[in-house]
Design a protein around this ligand. Structure first.
Ligand code: MLT
Length: 304
């Protein structure tokens, strides 16, 4: 019997990939052969000697000390691309929310009281207050052209936006998937200078920590909408708040609430919902379960 320890909830579709005759899967157990994790922080986790593989049901691996597992000969599997569509859809929502003031407009509308006639009079006021702008013809800069960034770029282009991208490490296969209309530029600063919206899609590694800092944000077009559905630490939140207060940024829309952002005008946060769709959770769980099985049963390491 192989023993699989789950440190977070993993979608049933993924757990079902482990046949009961040869696998025991549980959230607590002794001597696991492999560990499945979603957002659990493994940096201070005491990994039993029996563990032969780690699987993350998600793209980022910054919650896992990959280098120290690698030194111990333990491969870490992740699921790049498996939740890309879900993240793309949330990013697109962010574009619409900013362009049409959707959250504020809905909140104000919800507060309307009185007779229908009175409500309709107030609606006329709100229509004036919440005049938005169209995405078509605006420029979106996508920083990071991996599985998610490419989908965001292509979808925005299909909405009629001008899209520019920056990724010095783009893979050949992602370059092929990218719409020919997406123009590549040569620096983060150039993206910031040329865009009305910028969306971040880089993994959190040493080179991307605080990629958007005060110096870089100085290059932003006034009123830029910054979207961060990648990782909190990619931006310097103090610099983002300063840029919002100066009007350099009009919105910071992100998937990471924090104490500093909570009261800041111009900030819209979600509770790390990017990959939280039924489909994405299932895709990630199935992909990571299959990788773990292949490794335990056949010693195979497959990278997508
Ligand atoms: C990811 O890295 O793909 C996401 O963080 C997944 C998740 O929300 O767990």
């Amino acid at each position: 019997m192989y023993k699989i320890l789950t440190l977070n909830n993993i979608a049933v579709a993924g757990l079902a990939r482990f046949p009961r005759e040869s696998y025991e899967v549980a959230s607590e157990m002794q001597h696991p052969d492999a560990v499945l994790v979603r957002s659990f922080d493994m940096h201070r986790w005491d990994c039993p000697d029996t563990v032969k593989a780690i699987g993350r049901a998600g793209a980022g691996v910054n919650n896992i000390p990959v280098a120290s597992f690698t030194q111990r000969g333990i491969p870490v599997f992740n699921t790049p691309g498996a939740n890309a569509n879900a993240v793309k859809e949330l990013v697109l929502s962010g574009l619409f929310i900013a362009a049409r003031n959707l959250l504020s407009a809905a909140a104000f509308t919800q507060q309307l009281t009185g007779t229908d006639q009175h409500i309709n009079e107030q609606v006329e006021q709100l229509k004036k207050q919440f005049v938005g702008f169209e995405l078509a013809g605006r420029t979106l800069g996508v920083i990071g052209l991996g599985a998610i960034g490419v989908k965001v770029a292509n979808a925005a282009e299909a909405l009629g936006m001008n899209v520019i991208g920056y990724d010095p490490h783009i893979t050949v296969s992602n370059a092929w998937k990218l719409s020919a209309n997406v123009k590549n530029v040569s620096s983060v600063e150039e993206v910031l200078r040329k865009s009305e919206f910028v969306s971040l899609h880089v993994p959190l590694v040493d080179g991307t920590r605080q990629l958007l800092n005060a110096d870089r944000l100085e290059h932003a077009k006034t009123g830029l909408v910054l979207l961060n559905f990648s990782r909190q630490a990619i931006v310097d939140e103090t610099a983002v708040c300063a840029a919002l207060n100066k009007g350099k940024l009009s919105h910071y829309i992100c998937d990471f609430p924090s104490n500093q952002l909570q009261q800041q005008k111009g900030v819209i946060t979600f509770p790390h919902l990017g990959a939280s769709t039924r489909e994405a959770e299932e895709n990630c769980a199935v992909m990571v379960a299959d990788q773990i099985r292949q490794f335990l049963e056949q010693g195979l390491i497959s990278y997508s």
